[in-house]
Design a binder for this molecule. Structure first.
Ligand SMILES: [Zn+2]
Length: 410
């Protein structure tokens, strides 16, 4: 650098500093915060995985008021600009057959009843267009995803009825293998998808139910990718390249998912986004499934108890220094990893609110605007941020709807 250009650069720096000091802080930073809020609160912010449904069965929870615990309710959704939510239907993966169907129906009904109860704020949606319409009316779009193929009770007719009841995605398996799909956290039993399992995927295509590959084994993922005529989603998974967890996706899987138009919705769970945390947690608990089983055993059927005990155990272990701190900014690292790998069209948000341990700074859904601001500070274009917040998932929904129409016309 010459003396002249050095002086010129210094001059520029001083100008910026003077301008900044007049406003109290650097003008540019303030601009970004304001622009980010504007972008965030005018976007469709869609989360594909929330376990809040479990709380509908607790007398202490009310979706319509601000609750002192948990991650999601209408006031906090409004505050965080989260205006489209997939309520997850979940039961323990070891419950199969008719009891699994019955319990799934109880939860589907609970979602519909809550939407009716809070119809001033919520509207039940089945299509991408309905979500856009809800957004235009300033309402929160409520959708349903079934988390685990065990809930169809090994009966394809139940899957069709789920479709009629408004289920818009189904995760092929949960923590355990079901009768026709291998899980990523169980010993392989079917070498991926069985023939019946492949039939389930085809029927999901016909019904317009998105095929969710979170929780499934790598082989199940590749089988589903081959069979499905519609793009796949990972409703709540992160990147193995940054945190080597079987619940996350490898770079090869993300590339294959993206090549067929799919989307990975990043999960905020600490042990899925931070390697040091995962390693420490595994050492303490003997692995995620062992840890989950120990707490599940003490809570029986009570999901509220399960969630509280998981959160309390985590807080205590972090305070004792046995688990490292994890910042919410790790979420941004995972989004950015996918964008660098396959571009901005194949990543979105799948928090796992009310079903996972949130990183520090993302205590609940009211903190979501931070994600938009962080992406803007990284230099992401507005249109790409909108895609990540919800546009990419809407695109996959539309493609799924188109495939369904075509198959039903045959
Ligand atoms: Zn899950």
């Amino acid at each position: 650098m010459t003396r002249l250009s050095h002086g010129f650069a210094m001059g520029l720096c001083l100008c910026a500093l003077l301008a900044g000091s007049r406003l109290g802080k650097p003008a540019k930073a303030e601009d970004i915060a304001e622009r980010a809020r504007e972008l965030h609160f005018s976007s469709i912010v869609l989360d594909t995985h929330d376990d809040t449904t479990q709380r509908f069965f607790s007398k202490d929870f009310d979706l319509g008021r601000r609750n002192p615990d948990g991650h999601v309710d209408i006031p906090r959704m409004r505050e965080g600009g989260m205006n489209a939510i997939f309520f997850s239907i979940w039961i323990d993966g070891r419950i199969m057959g008719p009891p699994a169907v019955q319990k799934a129906l109880d939860q589907i009904d609970a979602v519909h009843q809550n939407v009716i109860k809070y119809s001033k704020d919520l509207v039940f949606c089945r299509t991408a267009d309905e979500i856009r319409h809800a957004h235009a009316q300033r309402k929160i779009a409520a959708l349903i995803g079934v988390e685990g193929g065990h809930m169809i009770g090994n009966d394809i007719r139940v899957l069709r009825m789920f479709g009629d009841l408004g289920v818009r995605y189904m995760t092929l398996a949960h923590f355990y293998n079901d009768e026709w799909a291998d899980s990523s956290t169980d010993k392989p039993a079917h070498n991926g998808l069985t023939d019946f399992g492949k039939g389930v995927v085809r029927e999901m295509n016909r019904q317009g139910i998105m095929v969710d590959i979170s929780h499934v084994s790598d082989k199940t993922f590749y089988d589903a990718l081959e069979v499905s005529k519609a793009p796949l989603i990972a409703s709540h998974s992160s990147c193995r390249a940054l945190c080597n967890h079987p619940r996350d996706m490898s770079d090869d899987m993300i590339k294959a998912l993206a090549a067929k138009g799919g989307v990975i919705q990043v999960n905020y769970e600490r042990s899925f986004i931070d390697q040091a945390y995962k390693d420490a947690y595994d050492k303490l608990s003997g692995g995620i499934v062992a840890g989950f089983e120990a707490i599940a055993k003490s809570c029986g059927d009570d999901q509220e108890c399960l969630q509280h005990k998981m959160t309390d155990a985590n807080k205590q272990l972090t305070a004792e220094g046995k688990l490292p701190h994890v910042s919410w900014e790790k979420i941004i690292d995972h989004i950015d990893h996918v964008v660098k790998l396959v571009g901005p069209d194949h990543v979105g948000l799948g928090s796992d609110f009310d079903g996972a341990t949130m990183p520090e700074g993302m205590e609940d859904c009211s903190k979501l605007p931070k994600i938009t601001e962080a992406l803007m500070r990284k230099g992401y274009k507005d249109e790409d941020i909108r895609k990540i917040l919800g546009g990419n998932l809407l695109r996959v929904m539309e493609q799924t709807e188109k495939v369904s129409r075509e198959l039903q016309a045959q």
